[in-house]
Ligand binder design. Structure first.
Ligand code: NYM
Length: 212
């Protein structure tokens, strides 16, 4: 594969509260990049298709109970089990758009009161995103959006804590987009930052690891 020496794909992560619009935006972004002829895949965490993912899914649906630390480690394991494939894809030139990543892991678990350093530890060594886009919405506004589902964590009081945790995690490298703008405006802003990041990776920016 001649491409693998000259260019790699970008690891793009979308983060935000439940109902912030991440999933529809990652779908639209995927479609756009694909139509432009880029090699691109749409991923999400939790990946509910693996054995670990099924345990997570059952926990989120309130069909099983787990200690807060144990479920935290399962979410992390779910990323570790995809790590080598992720690296392979990126190195072969495929850009990955990932709906939630380690930041969700830390934000949701630390919102339950777990120590943030403890929450970050199992993520050490995973691939670091080239770009983190945070779709910013207040918990109140998000709650107004056609209501939450029945899954664990989808409650206003808890989402307020998650918002606080995200704020503590954010750094200056994150691109924050106002998630209350129109779908088209968000899409446009998202495309701009993503194309810019893809160019940087294409030019030879090295892959790095968490936590930078
Ligand atoms: N979630 C997601 C976590 O608590 N830890 C994690 O590491 C990840 C990736 O799972 N409310 C939470 C956030 C969501 C829930 O995600 C399911 P989604 O995007 O609704 O499938």
């Amino acid at each position: 594969n001649t491409e693998s020496n000259s260019s790699r794909g970008a690891l793009i992560v979308l983060e935000g509260l439940d109902r912030c619009g991440k999933t529809s935006q990652s779908g639209r972004l995927y479609k756009y990049l694909d139509e432009q002829g880029h090699s691109v895949e749409s991923w999400r965490f939790p990946d509910r298709n693996t054995g670990v993912g099924q345990m997570i899914s059952s926990y989120l649906a309130n069909k099983s109970q787990l200690d807060d630390h144990a479920i935290h480690l399962l979410f992390s394991a779910n990323r570790w089990e995809k790590r080598s494939l992720m690296e392979e894809k990126l190195k072969s030139g495929t850009t990955l758009i990932v709906d939630r990543y380690s930041y969700s892991g830390v934000a949701f678990s630390s919102a339950k009161g777990l120590d943030i350093g403890w929450c970050k530890a199992p993520e050490i060594g995973l691939l670091a995103p080239d770009l983190v886009v945070y779709l910013d919405i207040s918990p109140e506004k998000a709650a107004e959006r056609g209501g939450y589902g029945d899954e664990r964590y989808e409650q206003l009081e808890f989402q307020k804590k998650v918002a606080g945790s995200y704020l503590a995690l954010r750094d200056s490298s994150w691109k924050v987009i106002d998630a209350t703008l129109s779908i088209e405006d968000i899409e446009k802003k998202l495309r701009e930052v993503v194309l810019d990041c893809m160019m940087t990776c294409h030019k030879g920016k090295a892959l790095s690891h968490l936590w930078p």
